[in-house]
Design a binder for this molecule. Sequence first.
Ligand code: WQD
Length: 337
Amino acid sequence: MAILLTGGAGYIGSHTYVELVQAGYDAVIVDNFYNSCPDVIERLKAITGKPVTYYDVDVCDRKALEKVFLNHTFDAVIHFAGYKAVGESVAKPLAYYRNNLDSTFALCDAMQAHGVSRFVFSSSATVYGLAETVPLTETMPTGCTNPYGWTKYMIEQVLRDIAVAHPDWAVALLRYFNPIGAHESGTIGEDPVGLPNNLMPFITQVASGKLAKLRVFGNDYDTPDGTGVRDYIHVVDLARGHVAACRYLLSHTGCEVFNLGTGLGVSVLELIHTFERVNNIPIPFDVVERRPGDIATCYADASKAKTVLDWEASLTLEDMCRDSWRWQSQNPKGYRA
Ligand code: WQD
């Protein structure tokens, strides 16, 4: 079984690569290293003990993508490649729509030209927008609050319509909640470019001394301790969800949506205190104003993935905090050392 991973050198793509290889699949990476580092390739080779087949290619480059498909017979594609910063998408909407949609169109065209009909898509809980009801189920209304989210929403619809027009296609839309953590080896992990947007990389950079203090964006939400509640899922659990989705697509057609979360809501303060306890490192913070666009509470009903994919998250918040810190402490400057 040969699987193509677009954006396979990225945070979630690289962890998925490891789990696929360890599950016995052959995996091929296509990445233009815009949001990732070539050093990841060597580290994946070290973790898996096998050579890594990869192409330094932009998925929007149709000629280069065609050469990849001529070199391999893929059984499925996992599409990670895409711009992913919510705030940046508000400032640069055209770049986000062009890159995220054009890359998907180019990939679907190459798949159709080469008879590849299994597609796992890296979607996001962000498509639920300002959902008032939790836990979130896959049948709940969707609607986005930023261009990044709309690209995910639109790509889901494109793939849903392709699956209707081509009954031989099998599509899994995986809606991630909040991936954090790192591989237990500490050799691959989340390596944000510049100042981290997300909570856990900010915490680990405060823990390492790279940043002085964390800002907690509001403590006046309607939550148990007033801070934002999210569904944090270990990136290795998330990666294993992709392996389960590939296995499912081998024996099913049509398009299905799956929430990949733990089903547990954790507040900002709970995450901070768990990190401090597990790693015995104080995390100084100030409570400041809410961040525009944030919602109070977001966590998954992950029962469909358990029932249909026979997958559920098993790693704990402690594992996430321990593994995040191991990656950060072993790689103070990320991959860009
Ligand atoms: C989590 C909580 C913040 C930073 C984002 C994207 C979403 C998805 C996952 C791609 C919130 C609080 C954060 C900080 C803080 N990505 N926070 N101080 O916003 O839930 O989701 O990442 O699909 O699309 O929107 O994640 O980690 O930014 O925030 O207090 O410095 O931590 O207010 O409550 P978010 P996050």
